[in-house]
Design a protein around this ligand. Structure first.
Ligand code: COA
Length: 302
């Protein structure tokens, strides 16, 4: 389908990225996708929406700049305010892992007890579909979890390297009557320096994963599952080879979903739990990277 309107091929996409299929929003409403993930997570936790006392939503790409998506999800869940705080975070593809850290801090201080963390992305609507460098890589998706005390992080590390030109997308803005309108730095479709991102992703993971594991008093052999951000199979292969850990510990789904930004790790987690590969007590290391350039790692005992 893509090669009908882009100068690309299944062979190029498969060998360079591992991606075979991706899901693209068409007639559906994005907020319904996010709400469905949230509702399923709440049900799996044996709770009802009114038990939730904090909602965090990780989101990069969304029609609404305001109101924020977590308030829309709250309403769609049938929760009638005034209720708990809602907050969106935008830390690119790292948003879910960063949201876990935020949730962990809220639980630790007793400020919240049942936190709904949703990661929902419609990346395909911010791609320039005439640009083969970006559009073949992305898919849409949503994942969610409920965090309660006991789901604490064992260790984490988050870093930002201010290289703001490696992945850029600018929203449309209006020109004010007080300027000529010429040269206004407004909307630009997604532009990405793919090779640079590839290099940064592998380097930051290689630098930090072993270090964070050691800081938790663990070895890499103690980690049961490495849930890596799903952007490119070759990136994940390079990280795995660097860590010299068995392939079975590195589940992948980028082949089926493409890069769903911050939704990719909760999608992996959900598949692992439902297929009973991930069990209570397992140690899970999550590692993600994205525009900024940001990189983050968190270890969780499930
Ligand atoms: N189909 C066919 N050819 C394509 C193409 C496509 N969809 N996209 C790019 N090409 C071409 C390029 O134009 C280039 O041609 P040239 O050699 O004539 O200049 C050639 O393929 C190689 O491009 P290059 O960028 O060197 O390929 P690559 O092996 O680095 O793979 C990415 C490109 C984007 C797949 C890879 O760099 C990547 O995955 N980077 C990380 C991106 C990412 O993760 N982004 C999201 C961050 S959350």
């Amino acid at each position: 389908m893509l090669s009908e309107f882009l100068d690309t091929s299944d062979e190029w996409i498969t060998t360079r990225t591992g991606i075979k299929t991706r899901h693209i929003i068409t007639e559906e409403r994005f907020e319904d996708l996010a709400t469905e993930a949230a509702a399923r997570a709440i049900e799996s936790a044996g709770l009802c929406p009114d038990d939730i006392d904090y909602i965090i939503c990780s989101n990069v790409s969304n029609l609404y700049v305001t109101p924020h998506l977590s308030s829309i999800i709250m309403g769609n869940l049938g929760m009638k305010g005034p209720l708990c705080p809602t907050m969106d975070v935008n830390v690119a593809c790292l948003g879910f892992v960063q949201g876990l850290d935020l949730g962990d801090a809220l639980l630790a201080t007793g400020r919240a007890h049942n936190i709904l963390l949703v990661a929902a992305e419609e990346c395909t609507r911010f791609c320039d579909w005439t640009d083969r460098n970006c559009s073949v890589l992305f898919g849409d998706g949503a994942g969610a979890v409920v965090l309660t005390k006991g789901d604490n992080l064992i260790a984490r590390k988050f870093t930002t390297t201010p290289m703001t030109d490696v992945i850029v997308y600018k929203n449309p803005m209006e020109a004010t009557p007080f300027e000529s309108g010429e040269g206004i730095d407004t909307h630009s479709p997604l532009v990405m320096k793919g090779r640079e991102v590839f290099r940064m992703a592998v380097t930051s993971a290689a630098r930090d994963i072993a270090q964070v594991t050691a800081s938790a008093g663990l070895t890499l052999d103690d980690i049961d599952h490495f849930l890596l951000h799903q952007a490119n199979l070759r990136i994940n292969e390079a990280i795995r080879e660097n860590l010299r850990q068995p392939e079975a510990k590195f589940p992948t789904n980028v082949q089926r979903f493409g890069n769903t930004s911050s939704a990719s790790i909760p999608l992996l987690l959900d598949e692992g739990v439902h297929e009973k590969r991930i069990k209570r007590g397992d140690k899970i290391l999550m590692s993600a990277f994205g525009a900024g350039f940001v990189s983050g790692i968190a270890i969780l005992e499930y």
